[in-house]
Design a protein around this ligand. Structure first.
Ligand code: AMP
Length: 175
């Protein structure tokens, strides 16, 4: 099944020069969504994944389905100020300014094998911040997985340089 054909590309969104890779068309296709989760679950079945940590908001859709399939717990990594209990945060650089992701301190236990999930990796800044949170509480990042890689933006290399393996289902040229 050609999952790549189910991704919709929107030029100049959210700003000029960006090709927005929209996974909502993949998610809205029942076979496409099912096949996406099945391919990721096949890769991680038997890997001893205790937690699936996913990044707000599109990562939640994939991560929730995948965690259930793997028999793992689900951990939300959220934008600033959204989590109700005691949380840790990590700031990371954007093109202009900084952003912050947060995670509950008790969401991942020491030594728990954790799979990081988001829809797309571009510069890798968001995923690296998420991985940092998991590692700060003693979790072990097994791998970071995404539906889409934008290889020209170098995110995969950045994560791999930090010792975090990366797996993606497809890649697109450009930004
Ligand atoms: P980065 O931190 O640069 O790897 O950016 C990854 C985050 O930004 C992910 O949560 C993506 O959903 C989003 N993102 C970045 N670039 C795009 C793009 N071209 N199309 C869709 N989402 C994107």
């Amino acid at each position: 099944m050609d999952l790549r054909a189910l991704i919709r590309t929107i030029p100049d969104y959210p700003k000029p020069g960006i090709l927005f890779r929209d996974i909502t068309t993949l998610l809205a296709d029942s076979r496409g969504f099912g096949e996406t989760i099945a391919r990721l679950a096949a890769r991680y079945a038997g890997a001893g994944i205790a937690k699936v940590a996913a990044i707000e908001a599109r990562g939640f859709i994939l991560g929730g389905a995948l965690a259930e399939r793997l028999g793992a717990g689900f951990v939300p990594i959220r934008k600033r100020g959204k989590l109700p209990a005691m949380a840790i945060g990590h700031d990371y650089e954007l093109e202009y300014g900084t952003d912050r992701v947060e995670m509950h301190v008790d969401a991942v236990g020491r030594g728990e094998r954790t799979l990081l999930v988001d829809d797309l990796i571009a510069t890798g800044g968001t995923a690296l911040a998420g991985a940092t949170l998991v590692e700060r509480v003693g979790g072990v990042v097994h791998e970071a997985c995404f539906v889409i890689d934008l290889p020209e933006l170098g995110g995969r290399m950045r994560l791999e340089a930090r010792g975090i393996p990366v797996f993606t289902l497809m890649a697109f040229e450009g930004h």
